[in-house]
Write a protein that binds this ligand. Structure first.
Ligand SMILES: [Zn+2]
Length: 101
Protein backbone atom coordinates (compact mmCIF):
# COMPACT_ATOMS: atom_id res chain seq x y z
CA UNK A 1 0.00 0.00 0.00
CA UNK A 2 1.25 3.44 -0.85
CA UNK A 3 1.37 6.11 1.77
CA UNK A 4 -1.54 8.45 1.74
CA UNK A 5 0.46 11.61 2.13
CA UNK A 6 -1.38 14.85 2.50
CA UNK A 7 -4.61 13.11 3.38
CA UNK A 8 -5.93 13.07 6.87
CA UNK A 9 -5.70 9.72 8.57
CA UNK A 10 -9.31 8.74 8.88
CA UNK A 11 -8.54 5.70 10.94
CA UNK A 12 -7.04 7.79 13.71
CA UNK A 13 -10.10 10.00 13.93
CA UNK A 14 -12.33 9.45 16.92
CA UNK A 15 -15.44 7.42 16.25
CA UNK A 16 -17.72 10.43 16.50
CA UNK A 17 -15.68 12.28 13.88
CA UNK A 18 -15.80 9.30 11.55
CA UNK A 19 -19.54 9.06 11.96
CA UNK A 20 -19.86 12.74 11.27
CA UNK A 21 -17.83 12.26 8.12
CA UNK A 22 -20.22 9.57 6.96
CA UNK A 23 -23.12 11.94 7.61
CA UNK A 24 -21.50 14.83 5.75
CA UNK A 25 -20.59 12.73 2.75
CA UNK A 26 -24.00 11.11 2.58
CA UNK A 27 -25.91 14.36 2.75
CA UNK A 28 -23.59 15.91 0.20
CA UNK A 29 -24.20 12.92 -2.06
CA UNK A 30 -20.45 12.63 -2.43
CA UNK A 31 -20.15 9.14 -3.87
CA UNK A 32 -16.47 9.49 -4.58
CA UNK A 33 -15.88 10.69 -1.03
CA UNK A 34 -17.77 7.74 0.35
CA UNK A 35 -15.80 5.35 -1.81
CA UNK A 36 -12.58 6.86 -0.56
CA UNK A 37 -13.78 6.75 3.01
CA UNK A 38 -14.69 3.11 2.63
CA UNK A 39 -11.30 2.34 1.15
CA UNK A 40 -9.35 4.19 3.78
CA UNK A 41 -11.22 2.74 6.69
CA UNK A 42 -11.24 -0.74 5.23
CA UNK A 43 -15.01 -0.81 5.47
CA UNK A 44 -17.16 -2.04 2.64
CA UNK A 45 -19.16 0.68 0.93
CA UNK A 46 -22.25 -1.30 1.71
CA UNK A 47 -21.37 -1.24 5.40
CA UNK A 48 -20.72 2.50 5.28
CA UNK A 49 -24.16 3.03 3.76
CA UNK A 50 -25.74 0.77 6.34
CA UNK A 51 -24.00 2.76 9.03
CA UNK A 52 -25.38 6.01 7.66
CA UNK A 53 -28.85 4.57 7.78
CA UNK A 54 -28.34 3.30 11.28
CA UNK A 55 -27.31 6.78 12.34
CA UNK A 56 -30.70 7.98 11.17
CA UNK A 57 -29.88 9.01 7.62
CA UNK A 58 -32.78 7.47 5.78
CA UNK A 59 -33.24 8.63 2.18
CA UNK A 60 -36.12 10.75 3.40
CA UNK A 61 -34.01 12.52 6.00
CA UNK A 62 -31.21 13.08 3.50
CA UNK A 63 -33.63 14.58 1.01
CA UNK A 64 -35.23 16.76 3.66
CA UNK A 65 -31.85 18.10 4.74
CA UNK A 66 -30.83 18.83 1.18
CA UNK A 67 -34.04 20.69 0.49
CA UNK A 68 -33.84 22.67 3.71
CA UNK A 69 -30.12 23.21 3.35
CA UNK A 70 -29.49 22.02 6.89
CA UNK A 71 -26.50 20.05 8.03
CA UNK A 72 -27.34 17.10 10.18
CA UNK A 73 -25.04 16.41 13.05
CA UNK A 74 -24.79 13.97 15.89
CA UNK A 75 -25.70 15.77 19.07
CA UNK A 76 -26.53 14.86 22.62
CA UNK A 77 -30.16 15.28 23.43
CA UNK A 78 -30.77 18.18 25.81
CA UNK A 79 -33.18 16.14 27.85
CA UNK A 80 -31.89 12.57 28.03
CA UNK A 81 -28.37 13.22 26.68
CA UNK A 82 -28.60 10.32 24.28
CA UNK A 83 -26.74 10.84 21.07
CA UNK A 84 -29.05 11.35 18.14
CA UNK A 85 -29.01 12.67 14.62
CA UNK A 86 -29.90 16.33 14.82
CA UNK A 87 -31.24 17.75 11.58
CA UNK A 88 -29.89 21.18 12.25
CA UNK A 89 -29.33 23.84 14.83
CA UNK A 90 -32.96 23.97 15.81
CA UNK A 91 -33.10 20.28 16.54
CA UNK A 92 -31.73 19.62 20.03
CA UNK A 93 -33.87 16.84 21.34
CA UNK A 94 -34.02 13.25 20.27
CA UNK A 95 -37.20 11.97 18.74
CA UNK A 96 -38.63 10.28 21.78
CA UNK A 97 -38.06 13.37 23.95
CA UNK A 98 -39.44 15.72 21.32
CA UNK A 99 -42.53 13.61 21.10
CA UNK A 100 -43.12 13.98 24.83
CA UNK A 101 -42.96 17.77 24.74
ZN1 LIG B 1 -33.79 12.52 24.44
Amino acid sequence: MSQDTGAEPIQSLPKAAREQRIIDLTVAGDKEGLRLFSKRTGTELKAVRAKARKLGLTPRVVKGCRLAGTHPKLRNCLRCSDRFLSRGRHNRMCRSCARRT
